[in-house]
Design a protein around this ligand. Structure first.
Ligand SMILES: Cc1ncc(C[n+]2csc(CCOP(=O)(O)OP(=O)(O)O)c2C)c(N)n1
Length: 790
């Protein structure tokens, strides 16, 4: 009967049947000896791994049980993948691990590995209780995840993930393969930190995992390697191919990258089969990535090959992939009726390769244990797991919006302001000599008025001086100094270890930022054009922005992503270099979006972003209006009013721009009209306001500066001051920033008049046609007049 082989009960029955029919060995084997002649694995170790596998299996069964009466919320299990316990055993518990959602046995094995038994009595070896306190804790972690308990150790009820800071297990998201670019970035960053001159590290070999109430330090050893696991269907995903390519490219370029990819191949992606041989062909053919393969149903082989692969990666600091064959038992998840797309014979064949049965058969065959003993362990573990499941059932759930969002994006503005002040003190005190040298004796405050691009360049240099762990990277940022010269000279000043060109792949650039942040660096990646962020936005949305949320702040990936964007570039037209939409960023919870319009704001806001990233682990997008990079004039040619002096360090604190604070310009009486805008809109609005002033209209122009969080307080105050609000939004009418501004006014009970001028819902066309869809000064003036005529 088909249904007989797909339910938890029948998997359990089948396991019992098999174990009662296993032939016992003639003699007992010394558990301290290799489990079979010539094996790396001892009998005792194999028994420990069997226990880890059984804990994982029983967790799967408990997950289905919890679901059956509506108390469990997650039924994707690890059944059939328990061979990954051998992979955990082949690694060190301090090797950062980013795990597949079928890594229950890895999780349990690592927990046991990280906490060796205090005494013989605690040991999982034959003759003592198999459900050790360590397994009890690991099982409790997983069960708490299933019931969304706030006591779950990593996500606190926000998701069911495998993660625990003390086990160096970094939580991953449900987006398959999206953790691979991060894993590659982490590998590159660990190696870079290892090699960086000591001044580039805060402390020895420690890496900063900061979070919550303050920085934590995880002693990831200098020779740590990164392990990341995923399924066979995931191999095809763009994020996976990006990660493999970046690993291979880096290796080819001579960079060290200690990452072990582990593909757990069960032959299926939900219902879609991986074509026979495809996964091996795909993995073998990755340039620069060494291929290892093992049968996940054979503990001895899996452990031996995983050990060889891990040792190879550790020794050579080069990437490798371990192709671990597995089976999938009990379907993709609880609700999956796999009989709809698999034959009975296929399902039966998988059951015949049950890795836990295989481990039991091995232990019995060689005389480490009898079938009855193993069954007793299985039952003992099963009973205990069920008991823990009952205990966690009633644990508290997240019960208020505040509880849910607390770790999402912590903001400590006072500390951020203090960090800026401290940076200023260092720059003018102990760091003054290094600063003078870095700027070639001529600091930017003595260079006269600067453009936006020059100001950002100077602030980046000051950031590099103040944050030894900061790195600037992206396409063309190093040798060329950026397409617009914004990063010019930084590589010469700070060296190629901290300012470097990447390959042309935005997913990998952000992945590098994610991994680097996790490793304790302060990454400042550049996305060359806003349009190309869309290639890779899940790395920001799904990975970066969720890390503190799904780890309760135990892990974080601070970063400041510089993005050149927005429209109005003269002479360089077309949508892709003039993308004027930030909708995709504005709804990412916790993301901080800065849009500096003027040079002086740009430097101050960049300092704020760097400080916020360092202090709070913030994920910041620093959106730079390309068209203003080299703009000098405001009203008339040669007036130089769009330039600004760079503040000397003594003025940084006084000129600090807190997150979410706007800047207001009064024009004329400033009493008739409030224009709310940002980016290119600021300059256009100031020009329009000057024209209106000649007609006797007084305007206050509000530069939002921050698109997330919006400066709501400033906005409301300035709107109320005139009772007439014109929103000048260079993004599009639909989904544009203006929608958020108007909504904020409505929410606050604003009762005055309001109008919007916004970009047309279109991509930006080439050449002069761009002006057909973009906001113009004329449209602003017209909008103002209409509003004033009411
Ligand atoms: C990017 C993305 N697309 C679709 C899904 C939905 N989904 C969840 S698991 C899965 C199949 C993954 O198969 P595989 O990588 O082989 O892992 P397995 O579940 O077989 O272990 C799919 C399509 C997802 N989680 N992420």
């Amino acid at each position: 009967m088909l249904s007989d082989v797909t339910t938890p009960q029948d998997l359990d029955d089948r396991f019992r049947d098999r174990l009662t029919t296993l032939d016992a060995a003639d003699e007992r084997r010394d558990p301290g000896e290799p489990v079979v002649d010539g094996a790396l694995l001892t009998g005792a170790r194999a028994l420990d791994l069997f226990d880890a596998q059984v804990v994982s299996r029983q967790l799967d069964l408990a997950g289905r049980w919890l679901r059956s009466f509506g108390e469990g919320f997650y039924t994707i299990g690890s059944a059939g993948h328990e061979g990954n316990a051998a992979v955990a055993a082949a690694l060190r518990p301090t090797d950062p691990a980013l795990l597949h959602y079928r890594s229950g046995a890895f999780y349990c094995a690592r927990a046991a590995q990280a906490t060796p038994p205090a005494s013989e009595d605690d040991s999982g070896s034959a003759g003592s209780g198999p459900f050790t306190p360590v397994y009890a804790e690991a099982a409790r972690d997983v069960l708490r995840g299933m019931v969304a308990s706030t006591r779950e150790p990593i996500a606190g009820g926000r998701h069911k993930v495998f993660g625990r800071a003390d086990l160096a297990i970094v939580p991953t998201t449900s987006t398959i393969a999206s953790h691979l670019p991060r894993a590659v970035g982490l590998g590159i960053a660990l190696e870079r930190l290892r090699r960086l001159d000591p001044a580039g590290r805060r402390a020895g070999n420690e890496v900063r995992l900061g979070g919550g109430g303050g920085a934590q330090h995880a002693p990831w050893p200098a020779d740590a390697i990164v392990v990341c696991s995923f399924g066979d269907a995931s191999v095809n995903h763009a994020s996976a191919t990006a990660a493999f390519n970046t690993a291979g490219w880096s290796d080819h370029a001579g960079l060290r990258i200690p990452v072990l990819f582990v593909c757990e191949d069960n032959g299926l992606g939900i219902s879609v089969r991986s074509p026979k041989g495809w996964v091996e062909t795909a993995l073998r053919s990755r340039p620069g990535i060494r291929y290892f393969a093992a049968d996940g149903g054979d503990l001895v082989e899996a452990y031996a090959v995983a050990t060889e692969a891990a040792a190879w990666v550790r020794r050579h600091r080069r990437p490798a992939v371990l192709h671990l064959s597995t089976v999938r038992l009990m379907g993709h998840a609880g609700a999956d009726a796999e009989t709809a797309y698999r034959t009975t014979a296929e399902i039966e064949a998988d059951l015949d390769r049950d890795p836990v049965v295989a481990a039991a058969a091995l232990l019995t065959r060689v005389g480490v244990a009898t079938g009855a003993e193993l069954l007793a362990r299985y039952d003992e573990i099963g009973w205990q797991v069920r008991r823990v499941a009952e205990e966690v059932l009633d644990e508290p759930k997240l019960a208020s919006p505040a509880e849910v969002v607390t770790p999402l994006a912590p903001r400590r503005p006072v500390r951020v302001a203090r960090a800026v002040a401290d940076a200023a003190t260092r720059a003018s005190g102990p760091g003054a000599a290094a600063r003078a040298e870095a700027f070639g004796g001529k600091p930017p405050e003595l260079s006269g008025p600067l453009t936006l691009a020059q100001s950002i360049n100077a602030a980046l240099a000051d950031g590099m001086l103040d944050h030894p762990q900061m790195a600037v990277f992206g396409e063309d940022v190093a040798a060329k100094g950026g397409v617009y010269g914004v990063t010019k000279g930084l590589r010469d000043r700070f060296g190629p270890a901290r300012v470097f060109d990447t390959l042309l792949d935005e997913t990998s650039i952000l992945g590098l930022g994610l991994g680097a942040g996790l490793a304790g660096m302060l990454p400042v990646p550049e996305i060359q054009y806003l349009a190309y962020l869309h290639n890779a936005e899940d790395q920001l949305r799904g990975e970066a922005a969720t890390m503190q949320f799904f780890s309760s702040g135990a892990f974080r990936n601070p970063m400041v992503v510089r993005v050149a964007g927005l429209a109005y570039q003269e002479g360089f037209g077309g949508h892709f270099h003039n993308d004027n939409s930030v909708a995709v960023l504005r709804d990412v919870p916790g993301l901080l979006i800065a849009v500096p319009a003027r040079p002086d704001d740009a430097a101050a806001m960049l300092r704020t972003c760097l400080a916020s990233a360092a202090v709070d682990g913030s994920v910041c997008v620093f959106l730079e209006p390309i068209a203003l990079y080299h703009t000098r004039d405001l009203y008339a040619e040669g007036d130089n009013q769009w330039l600004a002096e760079y503040a000397e360090p003594g003025a940084w604190s006084g000129g600090h721009v807190p997150v979410g604070r706007a800047r207001v310009y009064g024009v004329g009486s400033a009493e008739d009209l409030t224009i709310v805008t940002f980016g290119n809109g600021v300059r256009m609005s100031l020009r329009a306001a000057a024209a209106l002033a000649e007609e006797g209209v007084g305007t206050r122009v509000v530069d939002l500066r921050w698109l997330a969080p919006l400066p709501v307080g400033d906005l409301i105050r300035e709107a109320a001051a005139t009772g007439r609000v014109l929103v000048v939004d260079e993004t599009r009418r639909s989904g544009g920033v203006g929608e958020g501004v108007i909504a904020a006014l409505v929410d606050a009970g604003y009762v005055g008049a309001a109008r919007r001028v916004a970009g047309v819902d279109s991509f930006v066309p080439l050449g002069p046609a761009a002006h057909q869809v973009l906001v113009s000064e004329d449209a602003i003036t017209q909008g103002a007049r209409t509003l004033l005529a009411r």
